[in-house]
Design a binder for this molecule. Sequence first.
Ligand code: GCU
Length: 988
Amino acid sequence: MLRRCRQPLAWVLGQCGLGRPPRANNVADEIRFESGTGSEHAGMHGAAILWPKPLDRAWCGFAHGREKFGSAHTNALMANAALPSRVTLPRQEGTESEKRLEKRLPLDPPGPYSTLASILKGRSGRANIVTRSVRQPMSTMKGLLLLAIAGLAVAEDGLNAWLRYSPVANAQALRGRLPTGLVALNTTQGSPVNTAAKELTQGLNGLFGVRLSAAKGDGKGGDRPRNAVTVGTVAQFVNANPTVRIALPELIEDGFHINVSGGNVRILGQNERGALYGAFHYLSLVAQGNVSDFSLASNPEAPVRWVNQWDNTQDGGTHGSVERGYGGKSVFFWEGRIREDLTRAGQYARLLASIGINAVVVNNVNANATLLAPELMDGLARIANVFRPYGIQLGFSLNFAAPQMYGNLSTFDPLDKSVIEFWQNVTDNLYARIPDMAGYLVKASSEGQPGPLTYNRTLADGANLFARALQKHNGICVFRAFVYDHRNLNQTLDWKADRANAAVNFFEGLDDKFEPNVLVQIKYGPIDFQVREPVSPLFSHLRKTGAAIELQVTQEYLGQQAHVVYLAPMWKEILDFDLRVDAKPSRVADIVTGKRFNTTLSGYAGVVNVGMNTTWLGSHLAMSNLYAYGKLAWSASADPAAILSEWTKLTFSSDPDVLRVIADISLASWPAYENYSGNLGIQTLCDILLGHYGPNPGSQDGNPWGQWTRADADTIGMDRTVKNGTGNAGQYPPEVAALYENIDTTPDNLLLWFHHVPYTHVLKSGKTVIQHFYDAHYNGSAVAQTFPKLWESLKGKIDPERYEHVLYRLVYQAGHSLVWRDSVNNFYFNKSGIADAQGRVGNYKYRIEAESMKLEGYQVYDVRPFEAASGAKAIVTTSNSTQGIASTVVGVESGKYDLAVNYYDQAIGNSTWELFLDEKLVGKWKGDQEYILGKAASPYIDGQTATRVTFKGVRVDKGAVLKVVGTPDGLEPAPLDYLSILPEGVVD
Ligand code: GCU
């Protein structure tokens, strides 16, 4: 896959890069429309998005408030065109076909901030350089080092993430302090120690041009190697050096020790995996230029540091190849089988091992029972073989009803003898193929998934069924606490109904009922990965049962990697939260590392959901979240800013500007996202009925999913108090319960999570709730506007490929943050009727509404939810085969302006829009984001698809005719919301 360029960089740029087809790096090769909350594939909103149906959100089945909108236009479109159920492109397996797809698919479009000249030049005219800077052969090292010093950046595609091993700036000067020899204490192919040796060889070569040679002397007979790096386990070291006496620190499972003294380096693990972790750690230090002498020991705080992939065996359905995955298709599965080519699975294992992850659950928690077929078990064993050299064990998600669905039994009752036998048999068969399998992950009795509750059995009965089958194999059963009833919660009739209460209620009385090899995996908050939640009270209820915290690296509710949101500060806040169990310090981190309740099984699960895209997650900057997840799972005391800085150095460079800019963007990103999505603990406010992406505050209420806000014309928030509400506050230990029960002591950022208040309620800040909403949305989106500019200051300091890729997303995010701002503000303005004290909401002085322009071939369209369009209306072409023109005479004084156009990029076609000033083309763009951004695709004109393009510094003359020509494509009717003529520097 890597195209190797064995020439100096100048030649590389000329021959390998320019003139070749640019790398598209698109994340989607076919489009699917995801259902919303929950995973019940044939469920109510899952079914609601099946074609052919009128392309109107009304039939989503839930009321969106008082407004009613028609759908004549889209009905007409539907009648005119045969709508494909999906846009489908070739489906051959593997990298080759994906390469072909890259060529067929639209390439990265010009950034919305691009100048007219570059847009007119067209995509193919852009210089895309496809070489990577890893593993340059020795002959090119000198040249590369010089160029690295000169600060020139080589294009990269992200595949190697933070393990690039690209030349360090002052490699020549540091080389004298590095080892030249290698002693690997286990050279068995496939052993983690052997992998460590290979990694050290590759790493020191890439970073410094040092070629490690096998050192003479293995220590036996006093013949000690000099200037060598020795890597292995403590036991292997002692065995190879029986006469040597050195003091070794105490190591626990997976721990490691590193001693550096000049060129002599000793890396010893408690086990082979630990030795590999040590090698990666050493490499990360030297990659950051640290070659001084030191000695350190590092032990993980928790034994379970797992990754969950929500990969489906089959593409399609409402969730595609990877449920809530935004980086392309599964690296494991293809067309119901395990991929023949597991190269990417191996590369993934390498990345994960380098951050201390020790197991990966490869298939979706909404598990497919057919994976139990012998040939698929064989395939799983192939994945395990690819993982093993990296010390990664394979975990497997089970479908609770498999005895019935796959085994043809009449029941899946966990206490039934035939069911017990079925699972023992399955488990034995799996372990016969994968003797070191980590265990099972079970989602049961949740969101339509089968489980023990079907037979009135307890969750413990369910978990123990698998735990017992696993015991003789030393496997563990990870049982998810994400159990709730999404069908019968009634918001209207039951003030006390609360999904947040479900986990504690279901686990009540079970703490001493679980087998010792059961671990309960608990999402950080009581609902579902929202931008702000209190920690789950269940952490304080399980004292005898091991608990793991479930974090989500994939940004399901938090921007789906199309928005930068650095999550480590949020995770850190959760891990540091003190639950005060029995009035004693009880940090969540101490509970999930087993310290607080002396549990042996404990740890972390990160839902990661990488895909085949070379960026893994769909966005380069999102990878800091994966890195940070591993680091925090190793040690919760790690500092998010320090983790980010380390990640930046390894992923991009140590240039102070690069470090500063990435820190400025990343550390501001979670507060900004919270500000422009959902504040004061009201939840994220995205569309929970479709895709979980763009704004749709109305989707939270009026359905049984239980993510309610209870917003009406006067009041908002969930009353979770004991005295008057759902009682959820009372699920916390007394000190915390008292904090949340009392509105005066509840922190503002969780106010609406725990209390139902008037919009006029005054916060501790002195602002009313409604004014806080307005201000926060303006402030948050203003912060997002700074991101593209900050990034642009790094031009030339980041390789062009990643620079452009990131810039495209940041520009998109800046535009979409305005969509968020206006949608949420207008929604609550409309509900409450309370004006913004600063007069901004509803007043947009630079805007020209498309519906107020002169229209030819375009017609006005009522958008729903109404707040997804400025003025509740957009325009769409009158047919799906004819152009539309919207024009107006410019009224502003002549001068230079930024022209912003808000349009909708639906995933049902690739319309083209052209912007003219007096017949002179200002810009032209295509609606093809569905192939590029990776976020959940939407067929609707709504908050998911609303998008902005900006043309900067355009000369506008008073009286000129401003015109947009929209050319529809497929079923996308070139929808247009509004234009803004903004004085330079103003964003609105
Ligand atoms: C969320 C998510 C689902 C997922 C579920 C889970 O509800 O939207 O896709 O299946 O969580 O964690 O099981």
